[in-house]
Each structure stands twice: as C-alpha cells, then as structure tokens.
Design a protein around this ligand. Structure first.
Ligand code: FES
Length: 102
C-alpha cells in the first residue's frame, strides 16, 4: 500500500464524501469546510457503507441504524451500543490532488 490518489480537490466539494477502494479495502474520504479526512467506509456495527449515509460537518451518520462517527478521528460519537471506532487515515493534498496514505 502507500500513497493512493483519491482524485482532484474539486471532485469532492465541501460537505461531500467519496468512497475509494484500496487493495480491497473501502475508504471514505470527506471534505469538511475544505479540510479532508479519511476513515474506513465500513460501519463497525453491521457493515453498511458509510458513503451511503449522511455527512454533517465532520460527523457521518450511518444510513442503516444511525451510528455516528467523527471523520476527523474515526471515533464513534453516538450510538446506543458500544461498537468499534473507525480506522482513520492520513490525507495529503498536493497541488490540486487528494491522496490517502493507506
Ligand atoms: S450498520 Fe451502521 S449503524 Fe448499523
């Protein structure tokens, strides 16, 4: 693995998300007010794709049962049961391109 291109900065406007696949792993890249973050796309509850959920500020809400994770850290922010945090990844911006270290 290593540095993987996500796309151009303009491909992911503020408030938007993009799912990429890296070696069979799904990673969610989000733009929160011009800051980019990357976390696992697979919800740690029952495996939904978080890219199909909703993003508000840095919080992604799972579309299946509503678990909320902070994309800045991958930490679970709200859910009635204890479930694992998401793994987070380093995001690198170079000129107008977005990369993830995965
Ligand atoms: S699969 Fe995400 S909250 Fe249940």
């Amino acid at each position: 693995m290593g540095k993987v291109i996500v796309g151009k900065v303009s491909d992911i406007p503020p408030g938007q998300m993009k799912k990429i696949s890296v070696d069979g792993k799904e990673i969610l890249v989000v733009n929160t007010d011009g800051n980019f973050y990357a976390v696992d796309d697979t919800c740690t509850h029952s495996g939904s794709s978080l890219s199909e959920g909703k993003l508000q500020d840095s919080i992604v809400t799972c579309g299946w049962h509503g678990a909320q994770f902070d994309c800045k850290s991958g930490k679970l922010s709200k859910f009635p049961a204890k479930i694992n945090d998401l793994k987070s990844y380093n995001v690198i911006l170079e000129s107008d391109e977005v990369f993830v270290e995965a």
